[in-house]
Write a protein that binds this ligand. Structure first.
Ligand SMILES: Cc1ncc(COP(=O)(O)O)c(C=O)c1O
Length: 457
C-alpha cells in the first residue's frame, strides 16, 4: 500500500472510531484530521510525509524534542525489570522513589514532598484534596473555598475544569460551587490607559477584594498559572505576582502555582514562580517532567504544609492506580538527568531565550501584529487590523485560525487562541531553527494580511 493510500485508510479509521479531545466531533467525522507517524529532533512527520517544525512542543511537553534515546531506554529497561507496581498502602517502587529524589533536586529548596498522578488535571484535583485535608488537620475546616481566574486552564476533569476559567468549558458542565473566579491580568485587552506596573497591581488586588468579599476565614487557596498558557500566553506585568504573594500571605490563603506548562524551564528558570519571584505553597507539575514520553503529573508540597500532613496522622483517602507508575517515573528520572547533565537551563538563559525574544519581537513590525510578547521560550502574537485601536481583523477569531492553518500548511505547528497565535518550541531549538520558525510564521502572517485585505507596506 502506498503512503497516500495508507494515509487515507488511517484517516477513515480515525473518523469511524475516535472521539478526539477538544474537537468538534461533527466536523471531524466529515473532514478528518492529521495523523502523525514519526518524530525526530524538533520535527514531527504526518502520514502524508510532511515534516513539520513543532512550534508547540507537542502539547507543551516535548521540551527536549523527539529523539531522546536515554528516556526511551530507561522506560524499556524499567518495563523489563518491573512493569508495574502501585504506591497504595505504604508500597511503592524503587523507580518511584528515585524520581522523587530527583524532583527534590530541581524544585525550589522548600519542596521535598511529591504526590504523583498521571496528569496535570489529576494533580489539580489532588491539590483540592490536599488543601482541604491540610485545613481540616489544623482545625480550620471552614476554609474550603478556592479562588481561580477567568480564562485559566487547569485541566479537564470536573474539578480541574471547575478551577479553570474557560467559558466554553463551563458552558458544557456544572462546576464545583466552592470555586470562585477573578479577572485575568490580560493587559493587551484590559489595561486601557494604565501603565503595566499599575495594571499588574490593580489586577492582583482583585484577589484581595475577592478574598475580603468571601471572607478570609473561608478561603483555602488561590490557584494560577505563572503565565497562562492555553489561555493565550498571557504574561502578567512584573508587579503582579509579588502583589499576589503578599495578598495570600497576609490573608492566610495558600498559593498554588500551576506549573504544568511553565515548569521545567519554559519561562527560563526551573519554575515560573522563580522567574516571577513568588513563593507558592503547592506546585502542580506534569507534561515536560517526562518530556511527554510517559503520562505523569503531580503536586510538590512546601515543607511546612508537608510537615502538617505527615505529622497529624489519619489516612489520606486519595490516589490513582498509576500514581507513581514505575515506567513513567523512569522516564521522569531520565528526563531530569538530561536537563542536569546538559546544563540545559544555563544554555537557554545565556543564549536561546534571548535570541528567541529578539526574533519574536521582530514580528511586532508586521502590519497585522498588535503585540508580540514573549517570556522564556513562549511567544504570542495579537492579530489586529489597526495597530492603534487594536481592532481585530475579522469576527470570531477567523484571522487567527487562518494564520494557524497557513502556518501548518507551511510545515510549522503553532496554535491559535482567540485572536492570537502562540508558540512554545522545544527548549533544545537552536538559532537556525528559530530563524526557520520565525520565517514560516512571517509567511503565514503575510498570507493572513493578504486574505483580510491589509497591505504590507
Ligand atoms: C496549566 C495547566 N494545568 C493543567 C493542565 C492539565 O494537564 P493534563 O492535560 O495533563 O491533565 C494543563 C494542560 O494543558 C495546563 O496547561
Amino acid at each position: 500500500m502506498g503512503r497516500q493510500d495508507r494515509s487515507t485508510e488511517l484517516s477513515n479509521l480515525d473518523r469511524s472510531s475516535l472521539l478526539h479531545p477538544f474537537t468538534d466531533f461533527k466536523h471531524h467525522k466529515k473532514q478528518g484530521g492529521r495523523t502523525y507517524v514519526g518524530g525526530e529532533h524538533i520535527y514531527i512527520e504526518d502520514a502524508d510525509g510532511n515534516r513539520i517544525l513543532d512550534g508547540m512542543s507537542g502539547l507543551w511537553c516535548t521540551n527536549l524534542g523527539y529523539s531522546q534515546d536515554s528516556i526511551k531506554t530507561a522506560v524499556a529497561e524499567q518495563l523489563e525489570k518491573l512493569p508495574f507496581y502501585n504506591s497504595f498502602f505504604n508500597c511503592t517502587t524503587d523507580a518511584t522513589i528515585r524520581l522523587s529524589q530527583r524532583l527534590s533536586q530541581v524544585f525550589p529548596e522548600a519542596f521535598n514532598h511529591f504526590f504523583l498522578t498521571n496528569s496535570g488535571s489529576e494533580a489539580n484535583d489532588t491539590n483540592i484534596r490536599l488543601v482541604h485535608r491540610y485545613f481540616d488537620l489544623i482545625d480550620m475546616p471552614e476554609k474550603k473555598l478556592i479562588i481561580s481566574r477567568k480564562n485559566a486552564y487547569h485541566g479537564s476533569t470536573i474539578a480541574a475544569a471547575s478551577l479553570g476559567g474557560m467559558k466554553g468549558m463551563h458552558e458544557q458542565f456544572t462546576g464545583l460551587n466552592y470555586v470562585h473566579h477573578i479577572e485575568q491580568p490580560y493587559s493587551f485587552e484590559l489595561a486601557e490607559n494604565l501603565t503595566r506596573d499599575e495594571f499588574g497591581k490593580q489586577y492582583a488586588n482583585k484577589l484581595a477584594d475577592k478574598i475580603d468579599e468571601l471572607g478570609a476565614g473561608r478561603v483555602a487557596a488561590f490557584i494560577a498559572e505563572p503565565v497562562q498558557g492555553a489561555g493565550g500566553v498571557i504574561i502578567p506585568p512584573d508587579s503582579y505576582w509579588p502583589e499576589i504573594d503578599l495578598i495570600c500571605k497576609q490573608r492566610g490563603v495558600l498559593l498554588i502555582s500551576d506549573e504544568v506548562i511553565c515548569g521545567f524551564g519554559r519561562t527560563g528558570q526551573w519554575f515560573g514562580c522563580q522567574t516571577f519571584g513568588y513563593e507558592p505553597d503547592l506546585i502542580t507539575f506534569a507534561k515536560a517532567v517526562t518530556n511527554g514520553y510517559q503520562p505523569l503529573g503531580g503536586v510538590a508540597v512546601r515543607d511546612g504544609i508537608a510537615e502538617v500532613l505527615t505529622s497529624k496522622g489519619g489516612e489520606f483517602t486519595h490516589g490513582f492506580t498509576y500514581s507513581g507508575h514505575p515506567a513513567a517515573c523512569a522516564a521522569g528520572e531520565a528526563t531530569l538527568k538530561i536537563y542536569q547533565q546538559t546544563a540545559l537551563l544555563e544554555k537557554i538563559q545565556s543564549d536561546t531565550m534571548r535570541y528567541w525574544a529578539e526574533q519574536w519581537a521582530s514580528l511586532a513590525e508586521h502590519p497585522i501584529v498588535g503585540e508580540a510578547r514573549s517570556q522564556g521560550m513562549l511567544g504570542a502574537l495579537e492579530l489586529v487590523r489597526d495597530k492603534d485601536s487594536t481592532t481585530r481583523l475579522a469576527p470570531d477569531s477567523q484571522a487567527a485560525v487562518f494564520c494557524r492553518n497557513s502556518a501548518v500548511d507551511n510545515n510549522l505547528m503553532i496554535r491559535q487562541v482567540g485572536d492570537s497565535v502562540i508558540s512554545a518550541p522545544p527548549l533544545i531549538i537552536n538559532r537556525e531553527e528559530i530563524d526557520l520558525l520565525i520565517h514560516r510564521l512571517a509567511v503565514a502572517l503575510d498570507a493572513t494580511a493578504k486574505q483580510y485585505g491589509v497591505n504590507r507596506n
